[in-house]
Design a protein around this ligand. Sequence first.
Ligand SMILES: Cc1cc2nc3c(=O)[nH]c(=O)nc-3n(C[C@H](O)[C@H](O)[C@H](O)COP(=O)(O)OP(=O)(O)OC[C@H]3O[C@@H](n4cnc5c(N)ncnc54)[C@H](O)[C@@H]3O)c2cc1C
Length: 494
Amino acid sequence: MIAGGGTAGWMAAAALARVLSNRTTKITLVESEEIGIVGVGEATIPPIKRFNAMLGIDEFDFLRHTQGTYKLGIEFVDWGREGERYIHPFGVYGSEIDGVKFHQVWLRLRAQGLNIAYEDLCLSIVAARNHRFTPPNPDPRSPLSTLDYAFHFDAGLYARYLRRYAEAHGVERREGQITRVTQRADDGFITALVMADGTEISGDFFVDCTGFRGLLIEETLHSGYEDWSHWLPCNSAVAVPSARTTPLLPYTRSTARAGGWQWRIPLQHRTGNGYVFCNNAVSDDEASATLLANLDGEALAAPRFLRFTTGRRKKAWVKNCVALGLASGFLEPLESTSIHLVQSGLSKLIALLPDSSHAAHERDEYNRLTTLQWEYIRDFIILHYILNARRGSAFWERCAAMDIPATLRRKIDLFAGSGRMFRYDDELFTDANWSAVMLGQGLVPARLDPLAANHDVDHMIGLLTQMRDIFRQSAQQMPTHEGYIAQHCQGLSA
Ligand SMILES: Cc1cc2nc3c(=O)[nH]c(=O)nc-3n(C[C@H](O)[C@H](O)[C@H](O)COP(=O)(O)OP(=O)(O)OC[C@H]3O[C@@H](n4cnc5c(N)ncnc54)[C@H](O)[C@@H]3O)c2cc1C
């Protein structure tokens, strides 16, 4: 049983229908049109390609139906200091040289006179800045092999697309409001969802995708909530679509504002915009006025407000219920990680799919891995706030001075010392991600890695100059993002 039919519910329905295609398992999804969906999650990260591949979805078909575009990374504007901008790219910078990480090589050469920006050594960024797109080339000798990408799409159309897929794979959809949840008397396991008209829909395993309220995981099973708003104080968002503009950018933009930040997500038929803010720092009226004053196209609807508390359910899996999506917690969309968390929750659920024994140690493993994953992503998001150098704003100065989790402190200290970094456990973000944001927001290591001194400086400067030139040429030879979409995946109703 899947309760809820937003992005999380239909992703769960599609994935479970795909892997449980033996027809002995019946999957039912209950959703209420009257309640509706949150409908704002429209930017993704590269692993979503694996999700599509698992479902067997054709990329062009998916982009046509969701008015989707390509995403090479996120541009951060005014996050370090006002007036500065950098792109956190998908895809890599340069390449490791003799076992020395590329950022270390670049830092060493820069100290010895190299005059090439870090950004110019990443093809994803060079392509993004030139509004170009082409898919990666699997041949490791090609510069195009260093590219990676994700998508932007219309959240409402995405849910509809997955619904068609799931229904075609045998998922039954029930419309209506769940008013009550029944539990087994002896152990509290959920037995059925009771609908407004009194119908009971029973099941043996439940996926809670009911959004922020967590109808099953919290209101019924009382998982508990770990509040992280002392680290991530934004608690509101105001969103508005605007008319599409050209050129069609192949990246998301995040611009720091007085009490938070503004997103810009380019789609084929419109641009998605929103201001994520802390309502202790700016009022709703101020936030809405700032958002409307900073659109680059005509607003297409009235601004819509959302409230949230950043944090996560203490246990995402309780008894015979797993929570996915907003029901499992909330991390602001600064790095577009929520849809990914649904995807990775589903992979773990599939790997640990319970039988009638409902083994507690499998539940525990799911919860342990989920906790780690959320915490690493949380740390990466906090990194953007702690490294801000914006002054003259109480909100940003408080963020720069806050106490941070020990796990993040260790990462920052290691990098600030000699540019060292390690990828822990199964964490989502890699060295390239961390170094992009750290260097992008002005954290330059105090000392140089001695291993990076082993190279001949002139030879290395020559190599990097050649790399920059090749990336420039490669980007110029790519089609424009707009042209690539027009050729392959023009939106169906655009
Ligand atoms: C401001 C903002 C921006 C975001 N941007 C991004 C982004 O760029 N990238 C990203 O990855 N994520 C983003 N997210 C997160 C993303 O929107 C969500 O992770 C995603 O949409 C999943 O939502 P959901 O399906 O869990 O919840 P919802 O969309 O809220 O769906 C809940 C479902 O439960 C149903 N339901 C609830 N109660 C009942 C009931 N009693 N009876 C029957 N049905 C019920 C509803 O009808 C609905 O179908 C953003 C979130 C916010 C708030």
